[in-house]
Write a protein that binds this ligand. Structure first.
Ligand code: UDP
Length: 247
C-alpha cells in the first residue's frame, strides 16, 4: 500500500489492468468437500488466489489449558505457502499470519454455535497456495464453507471480500498491483442473514464518502459470494446423496 506508482491502474474509461470495472470482483470458484481426511474442507479461487481450507472437530482441545468449560474454542492457522508468491515467502508463522489467523477465528466465532461443544476445539487450517491480494478474505470465505461441510452448527456462513482505493478510484476486490500501489484496502466479512459485520479492517487513507462507497461495494459482493458458497455446498451434498443412493 504505497500509494505511488507510474502505472495506470484505472484507465480513462474506468477499466482496471485486469479488465474489470471498478465495482466488479474477480471470478470466484468454490468447491466443498475436497479433502477426504478432514471433517470438512473447501477449495476456493478468486482471480489468481488459490486457497484450501480444512476443518477438524469439534474434538478434544489441546493444549488442555486452552479448554473453555462453557464453549468450544476455534483455533485457526492461516499459512501462506513459500511458493504462493513470486518472491519466495519465508516458510512458517510470522506476525502477519498470526494476525490473520486471529481475526479469522474471531469472525468465525460469531457464527459457530460454540456453546454446544464445551471444552472442545474446532481446528481450522487455511493454506494459501497462490496469493494475489485479498487472501484473508478468500481464506475466511473458504473456511466457513469448510465448517458447514463438516456439519458444524452455525447461524450462517460468512462471505468476505475487500474494497479499497487505487489511482484515486474506489475499487472492489483489489488485485496485487492495486493493493501494492493503491491508497486504501478495506477487508469486510458479514453475516448475510443479518448484515452484521464480523470483520472490518482498514489500511491506508480514504475520505468518509469513499469509505462509505467501498463498504457498499463490499457488502454487495459479500451477498454475491454467499450465493456461490451455498451453491458449492448444495453441489457437494447433491453428489454425496447420489452416491449414497447408488450404494
Ligand atoms: N504478499 C507477499 N508476501 C508476503 C505477504 C503478502 O507477496 O509475505 C502479497 C500477497 O499477494 C498478498 C498481498 O501481498 O495477497 C496482500 O497482502 P495483505 O497483507 O494485504 O493481505 P491479503 O490482502 O492477502 O489479505
Amino acid at each position: 500500500m504505497s500509494g505511488q506508482t507510474d502505472m495506470v491502474l484505472v484507465n480513462k474509461k474506468g477499466v482496471r489492468i485486469d479488465g474489470r470495472k471498478t465495482d466488479e470482483h474477480r471470478p470466484v470458484h468454490i468447491e466443498a468437500g475436497v479433502l477426504s481426511n478432514a471433517d470438512g474442507s473447501a477449495y476456493l479461487e478468486i482471480g489468481k488466489n488459490k486457497v484450501l481450507a480444512a476443518v477438524y472437530g469439534p474434538r478434544e482441545c489441546h493444549p488442555r489449558h486452552l479448554q473453555d468449560p462453557t464453549k468450544a474454542i476455534i483455533q485457526c492457522k492461516y499459512n501462506m505457502q513459500a511458493f504462493s508468491v513470486s518472491d519466495r515467502k519465508r516458510p512458517g508463522p510470522d506476525r502477519r499470519s498470526i494476525e490473520i489467523s486471529k481475526i479469522i477465528a474471531e469472525a468465525l466465532e460469531k457464527v459457530v454455535l460454540t456453546e454446544l461443544y464445551p471444552r472442545a476445539s474446532i481446528d481450522v487450517y487455511i493454506e494459501i497456495l497462490q496469493a494475489n491480494a485479498g487472501t484473508r478474505c478468500a481464506g475466511l470465505t473458504a473456511a466457513s464453507v469448510a465448517l458447514a461441510d463438516a456439519g458444524i452448527p452455525m447461524r450462517d456462513i460468512v462471505p468476505a471480500i475487500a474494497a479499497g482505493k487505487a489511482d484515486g478510484h474506489v475499487l472492489l476486490d483489489l488485485n496485487k498491483e492495486e493493493d501494492n500501489y493503491g491508497q486504501a484496502d478495506v477487508p469486510l466479512a458479514i453475516v448475510p442473514s443479518t448484515d452484521e459485520i464480523v470483520l472490518l479492517q482498514m489500511d491506508g487513507n480514504m475520505t468518509r464518502e469513499e469509505f462509505d462507497k467501498a463498504l457498499d461495494m463490499a457488502f454487495g459482493a459479500c451477498h454475491d459470494l454467499y450465493e456461490i458458497q451455498k451453491a458449492a455446498l448444495k453441489t457437494k451434498y447433491a453428489a454425496t446423496k447420489g452416491g449414497e443412493e447408488d450404494e
